[in-house]
Write a protein that binds this ligand. Sequence first.
Ligand code: NAP
Length: 291
Amino acid sequence: MKQLISIVTGGSRGVGKFLCKELSNVMPVLNISRGQTPTSDLKTKFPIYELVADLREPADVEIRIGSWLDEHPDYRVVNLVLNAANLSLGTLQHAQLADLEAIFRTNVFSTILITSLISRRCVFSEEGSQVTYLTSSLARAEPALTFAGIGLYSATKAAISRLAMVQAREFALTSPYVRVARVHPGIVDTSMQTELRSSSVVDPSFALKTEGLPPYRSGDWNCIDPSGAMRTISPEMAADFVLWACGHGDHQAREFDYYSTIEYHLERDRRLAALGLPSAAADPVGSRVLA
Ligand SMILES: NC(=O)c1ccc[n+]([C@@H]2O[C@H](COP(=O)([O-])OP(=O)(O)OC[C@H]3O[C@@H](n4cnc5c(N)ncnc54)[C@H](OP(=O)(O)O)[C@@H]3O)[C@@H](O)[C@H]2O)c1
């Protein structure tokens, strides 16, 4: 009897830590990052396995994951969440070949190779499985989302986004039980956001766009759509959204943006209201003004 497992990259901190935490309430999880998931402050029902690996070394990562799968032949992957990423801030004119290589190895090469390996090894659950890529609004080819100093990160997110779409099509043709989603998790208060805002090499217009944003407070989106009242969100909130998206992918790699995925926010409101928790649903869902 095959057992289901979720695989998450970058579970040592930020959004990934909470992805591991939530997923381990329902099934075993394998985390792949350089640090380990800090489980001392997490109550987990199922084990979180740790594969300590550096995604800057794709060939090594492939070998290590292959060995792990050999040692755990009874697992079938139902959720693969490619969450790990690095920033590599600096202007393009100062970028060294090593910088370019390192960020593309981490954010693109290893990321796509992990999915390909699991697919080639036929380890995705044939009962239905999903690959979820964490993208970013910075991947979009829009002038308002184009910032000096974040070019390499933006380019890797654009690349992974496009590859995800092609991969979804390939799954449709060869393994239709695998769906794909791309997720922009929101502007999340993690070390990545801190690094972006504190860097002296990042476009001042990025700080103008994001620095003034207040963190989300309960009730902020009761009567107004999230896209009409942008807030930064906690990594727990972002993880909740990513996990929701894990059940909504398709064969076109549908993209979900935290601020504009109204179906998620309505569902979350209902879920929290049913638990009697103070939330964005403190007011009736119907009172929300939808854009
Ligand atoms: N924060 C935001 O506002 C925001 C906005 C849009 C999109 N995103 C996306 O959301 C995802 C999560 O972001 P986050 O804010 O949670 O980031 P974070 O707090 O910086 O965490 C990044 C994670 O990636 C792992 N990682 C980085 N480099 C690695 C490497 N070379 N090898 C293995 N693991 C590596 C880190 O683990 P180790 O250091 O332990 O290896 C860590 O667990 C990323 O894909 C990011 O691009 C974030």
